[in-house]
Design a protein. Structure first.
Lengths: 274, 263, 249
């Protein structure tokens, strides 16, 4: 196998190269992840053996697993995971529900759009994190500010994709439904909603990712539970394996959330995946 | 007998642009299949969209059964060139869409869907989604969807324009057969003269922009037509001559090649 | 454009009405809901004593440095990964493994590794923006239409020609979008980075507003960041259009 595709290969497949078989793709993936873990272990092993610097700076994968295991055995881990999950779940579902309802309305009704758009236009360019202290000042340091902040942060992507979806709806679909006798309410339920659904789900996926993105910081600040707290706590007490372990767990949760939405997509949008 | 559709003094101008239609008067009789023919940009699709109620005329009006048209409705089914199937519904789901809107009972819906899928030869594909169908099959679904709603009028906007030549002829045969069974009042927009002569009871040739009616041909061929019969060819060449005058005007007038009319 | 200006004005008026109204009838503590006047005077003061420009420049320098490092790496590696199948096969899963971890979760790691100074912030920005830019660059190259390659080859292009004269210009629009999004992300996360373990920067300024219970300062920081974001985005969009129109009439 040459490093760069040959001319005939380029002519046949472009830069993408030939499609791999499913089995081969999975095997390659597995090999690469294992290779990554092996390389990581090797480097941190060398650090330990050769005493290059304090190994705590670069703990091997086994140390991370050990730290997580210790927390799990002590029965603390689940509480942290649950706290983060609960904040994300409540905050995100509130934000998404608001965003979808308002987004559908704004996409469909010009008056609502004219009222909401400037507010969104003004707030959107502000990095949501910049608003976090305002939530802390307003709601205090408890659950309210964390959940409220996630609601705020996830509202924007879902709202914007929903509005966009409704607005870019193919007018011919509307015409087809009207000439089959659809009344405005039927048009909304039977045409606009299903046509907008794929984009709405994309917005939901963005929102889920963003929730996990911002929950970390709000758990750094004044939380007593949650994976973000574990990370910050690890920093204060110099427990690097705990920090990395919590980060990996957050990654897994985010990955799981994404996979869940994808699953729903595949179910609901069967017609797109044929 | 009063005509099913009356188009009275209809003209249409878009924004500040030159008029697309200028004073069209046309009656369409019940159960008649009428073809609108003309060079591209002659406003034939605009006229159809006005009858469908998608566009409002600038002047004049359209009457269906003596009632003015003021928007789209289930009494006028539309078949689009781009098929416009609902991609999230199966073939059967698309065909029963209009019935669902009306609140028809489930078992009657099932019977109607089965009947029209059978009529267009797609019974075996009822559970498929539009993305899985070829262009010809998609257009069959769209025709079944329009028919299942049982409108008195069907408006077809270059329905076979995006299909290849073979599929096109097959669908023309099917439409001709279906029309012999269903006897709808049909306005059929096309730029193919052959297609018009093959399908129409009357062919209306329109002038280039602004669109007016140039000439109307009554096609007195038998119901089942032979594309190679001398009478057929006669109509074809006769209409071609009239259409060519208009295409020539387009080219002279705008100094560009008028695409537009197939032999 | 005009409508937008009016709408923004309307928001401003609504905010003023709300805040000044609250001051009169005290639905909540007026300190919590700063008026436009409060924010304006705080901003003026911060401009006069130089703290706003200083913090702004600090943040911008961090963003620029981190972004430059990441953009360079993403361009080189992204193009390389796209044209070199084996490298792509190796990198892809690793990236898939690391990417779902919210970058901010690594922020404390960077503080541990690089200390509290500038290095940790710059490195963190570089780390955060690298992945999306890398993926965007590689995807833009992979998306290049095979028909363009065929057309060029049938006109006599060699493999080098294809890379230089077809791949790069065809992928350029996508690459530029990837860089623009990366810059936006840098502005997004610098705030978080400066909340924690920084003694300067806009994020720090905002956090100070919380510590000293000074909401106008928080709002000022947020507005400056929003303004900065819109400005940079608009500039990049204009540059994008200019730049791409050179070879795309």
């Amino acid at each position: 196998m040459e490093l760069i595709s040959t001319l005939p290969e380029l002519m046949e497949w472009g830069f993408r190269g030939p499609a791999l078989s499913r089995r081969r793709a999975i095997r390659l993936k597995l090999a690469a992840v294992l290779g990554f873990l092996a390389l990581w272990s090797l480097v941190s092993g060398v650090v330990v053996v050769a005493k290059l610097f304090n190994p705590i700076f670069l703990p091997g994968p086994w140390m991370i697993a050990d730290a997580l295991w210790t927390l799990a055995v002590k029965g603390q881990l689940w509480g942290h995971v649950a706290a983060t999950l609960q904040r994300v779940a409540i905050g995100f579902s509130t934000g998404a529900a608001l965003a979808i309802v308002l987004g559908l309305l704004a996409g469909h009704v010009r008056l609502v759009r004219n009222i909401l758009e400037p507010v969104v236009e003004l707030l959107r360019p502000i990095p949501p994190l910049a608003m976090l202290p305002l939530f802390l000042v307003w709601v205090g340091i408890g659950e309210g500010s964390k959940v409220g902040f996630i609601t705020y942060a996830t509202f924007f992507p879902t709202f914007l994709t929903t509005v966009h979806a409704v607005r870019r709806l193919d007018p011919l679909l509307v015409r087809a439904a009207q000439s089959l006798g659809a009344r405005p309410s039927q048009l909304f339920v039977r045409v606009i909603l299903p046509a907008a659904l794929p984009d709405i789900l994309v917005g939901i996926r963005l929102g889920v990712a963003l929730s996990f993105f911002v929950i970390v910081i709000s758990e750094f600040i004044g939380a007593e539970q949650g994976l973000g707290f574990l990370i910050n706590d690890g920093r204060s007490f110099f427990l690097v394996p705990q920090m990395l372990g919590a980060a990996v767990l957050l990654g897994l949760l985010g990955y799981g959330g994404n996979a869940l939405v994808r699953l729903v997509e595949r179910r609901v949008l069967r017609w797109q995946y044929l | 007998m009063t005509p099913k559709i009356r188009i009275v003094g209809v003209s249409k101008a878009f924004g500040g642009a030159a008029a697309a239609l200028a004073g069209v008067d046309l009656d369409v009789a019940e159960h008649e299949l009428l073809c609108l023919l003309g060079p591209s940009g002659c406003g034939k699709s605009t006229l159809l969209n006005i009858v469908a109620g998608f566009l409002a005329p600038t002047t004049g009006r359209v009457l269906v059964d003596e009632h003015p048209v003021d928007g789209p409705g289930a009494d006028r089914g539309v078949v689009f060139q781009e098929y416009v199937l609902f991609p999230w519904l199966t073939v059967a789901g698309n065909v029963e869409f209009g019935l669902k809107l009306k609140g028809t009972a489930a078992d009657e819906r099932r019977r109607t869907v089965a009947r029209y899928l059978d009529l267009v030869g797609l019974s075996a594909h009822a559970g498929k989604f539009p993305t899985q169908l070829s262009g010809g099959m998609k257009q069959r679904v769209a025709i079944a969807r329009a028919l299942a709603n049982d409108p008195a009028i069907i408006l077809m906007d270059e329905p076979f324009g995006a299909l290849d030549a073979q599929t096109r002829e097959v669908l023309q045969d099917e439409l001709s057969r279906i029309q012999r069974l269903e006897h709808k009042t049909v306005i059929f927009v096309t730029h193919s003269i052959r297609e018009a002569v093959y399908l129409a009871d009357r062919v209306v040739v329109m002038t280039s922009a602004p669109g007016r009616i140039k000439q109307v041909f009554d096609i007195t061929l038998p119901e089942v037509r032979d594309r190679f019969a001398p009478e057929f060819t006669h109509y074809e060449s006769e209409i071609t001559r009239v259409v060519k005058e208009e295409v020539a005007k387009t080219i002279d007038g705008h100094g560009r090649q008028g695409p537009s009319v197939h032999e | 454009m005009k409508i937008r200006a009016w709408a923004l004005l309307a928001v401003l008026v609504a905010w003023a009405a709300l805040a000044y109204g609250n001051r009169v009838i005290e639905i909540t503590n007026p300190v919590l809901l700063p008026t436009p006047g409060d924010v304006a005077s705080t901003t003026l003061a911060a401009l006069r004593d130089g703290s706003l420009p200083r913090n702004l420049l600090t943040s911008l320098a961090r963003v620029m440095e981190g972004f430059a490092v990441a953009a360079g790496a993403a361009l080189a590696l992204g193009v390389l990964a796209a044209v070199c199948g084996p490298l792509r096969a190796m990198l892809e899963p690793v990236i898939e493994f690391v990417r779902p971890i919210p970058p901010l979760a690594f922020l404390p790691m960077f503080l541990v590794w690089f200390g509290l100074g500038e290095g940790s912030k710059v490195a963190f920005i570089a780390y955060t923006t690298f992945f999306p830019m890398f993926i965007g660059v590689a995807a833009s190259v992979l998306r290049v239409d095979v028909m363009l390659l065929r057309a060029a080859a049938s006109l006599g292009a060699t493999r080098t020609d294809l890379l230089r004269r077809v791949m790069l210009p065809a992928a350029l629009p996508g690459i530029i979008v990837a860089l623009r999004l990366g810059f936006g992300l840098a502005l997004f996360v610098i705030v978080g980075a400066e909340f924690i373990g920084a003694d300067a920067g806009l994020g720090n300024l905002i956090m100070e507003g919380r510590t000293f219970f000074n909401p106008p300062q928080i709002v000022m920081g947020a507005l400056v960041l929003g303004l900065l974001g819109s400005l940079v985005n608009a500039l990049l969009l204009v540059a994008e259009r200019r730049f791409l129109n050179l070879d795309r009439p």
